[in-house]
Design a protein around this ligand. Structure first.
Ligand code: FES
Ligand SMILES: [Fe+2]
Length: 397
């Protein structure tokens, strides 16, 4: 299977090099040097600000909920700056191809798909689901061409727990684990997916996704929590997979929802590269709710967020879907409005940012370390070594 290497670097010189430094820098704020130091060191090492410039390479990225692609259907979608046509053949097998006809650059997704082959709408060339050309109708019987040399790139694609993922990278022989929702092994579930666009590079979207300090300010609502007095929190984190896990604990008593549910509930929250926040809730040890929020770069300045909720309780979809769509969308739109304001400023003024504050900002710093280590391990063709150390983080929220 052919793959294309996504663009991982903007290749542009860092505009911030010439920008007027703002009055606050990490070192001036007296932050823990080990926190701020990592960011500063990387910035000068690469000549670029570490945030907002690169992607996590050789990784699975969330594409679509499975139900969007029935047998014999295709969907076009830009991911990682590449146009893709993702489809399911008549046997149900998934495929993902570069959505550009190698003849004269027409999107293959604009033509018909018969469940076996895609036909380009310009000159009728046909392509199988591996991206290989199978027919050029204009050729006369004595005009021979080696059609199997004409290809559009194909991407590894897989389906886990009702979600479709595409791999972007140059090492398809050694595919990493798909960062799916946790706690659902052997359980039957219903699922719901809410999709939202963010006007930012994935790095800023990840920073907001794993940031806890914004919650009392951005997510104010009667059903979640109010912005009353902040309380100190204290949580244990351990390295796990390509990220970390905040070890099992009772959920926040801040929210009215959790106050009502009682003492038998535990939650475990974790993070996985490239930008997946995962959480599940158990009642007496059995998962009743699980969720994964995934971030997929559309391009360098746009990111798609998909939040998938799974529930194992016998609550039918027709009843749960409208409720989930309302609450999840309301919650995520609160984040989206901040992302809009932030992106306007970043694009226009390119300020120098303080991305880490002890300890609320530590997960954001960890993300940066994980991404750097993952990309280095892929370049150097060696095993990934999780750079996170077991820690207790404290913050007020
Ligand atoms: S552009 Fe696709 S067949 Fe010519
Ligand atoms: Fe948020």
């Amino acid at each position: 299977m052919q793959t294309t290497l996504p663009k991982t670097d903007s290749g542009k010189a860092d505009e911030n090099q010439n920008a007027k430094p703002s009055e606050w820098t990490a070192s001036e704020t007296g932050l823990d040097k080990s926190l701020a130091g990592g960011i500063e060191a990387e910035a000068s090492e690469s000549g670029q600000q570490p945030y907002g410039k690169t992607y996590t390479r050789n990784m699975w990225y969330y594409a679509l909920p499975s139900e969007k692609l029935k047998k014999g259907e295709i969907e076009s979608k830009v991911m990682m700056g590449e146009p893709l046509v993702i489809g399911r053949d008549k046997e149900g097998k998934l495929f993902a191809l570069r959505d550009i006809c190698p003849h004269q650059a027409i999107p293959l997704s604009a033509g018909p798909f018969d469940g076996k082959e895609l036909m380009c709408p310009f000159h009728g060339w046909k392509f199988d689901t591996s991206g290989t050309c199978t027919d050029i109708p204009s050729l006369c019987s004595d005009q021979k061409m080696n059609l199997c040399k004409i290809k559009t790139a194909s991407y590894p694609v897989t389906e886990v727990l009702g979600s479709i993922w595409v791999y972007f990278g140059d090492n398809p022989q050694d595919l990493p684990e798909v960062p799916h929702a946790p706690g659902l092994d052997g359980l039957k579930f219903f699922k719901n997916t809410v999709t939202l666009q963010l006007p930012t590079h994935i790095d800023y979207a990840v920073a907001a996704l794993i940031d806890t300090a914004h919650v009392p300010y951005v997510h104010k609502s009667w059903w979640w929590r109010s912005a009353k007095a902040l309380k100190e929190k204290n949580k244990k984190y351990v390295p796990s997979g390509t990220g970390w896990t905040m070890v099992k604990h009772q959920p926040s008593k801040h929210s009215i929802a959790f106050k009502l549910i009682g003492q038998f509930i535990e939650t475990e929250i974790s993070f996985r590269l490239p930008g997946c926040r995962r959480e599940y809730l158990t009642f007496n040890g059995r998962t009743f709710l699980s969720g994964i929020t995934t971030l997929t770069p559309i391009d360098e300045t746009h990111t798609e967020l998909n939040h998938t909720t799974y529930w194992t309780l016998p609550i039918p979809k027709f009843f749960a879907d409208p409720v989930l769509n309302y609450f999840v969308t309301t919650f995520l739109k609160q984040d989206q409005s901040l992302a809009l304001m932030q992106e306007n400023i970043i694009n226009k003024y390119k300020p120098r940012l303080i991305m880490t504050i002890k300890d609320a900002g530590t997960p954001g710093h960890w993300y940066f370390l994980l991404k750097k280590e993952w990309n280095s391990s892929q370049t150097e063709k060696r095993p990934f070594k999780n750079p996170i150390k077991e820690s207790i983080l404290r913050w007020r929220t």
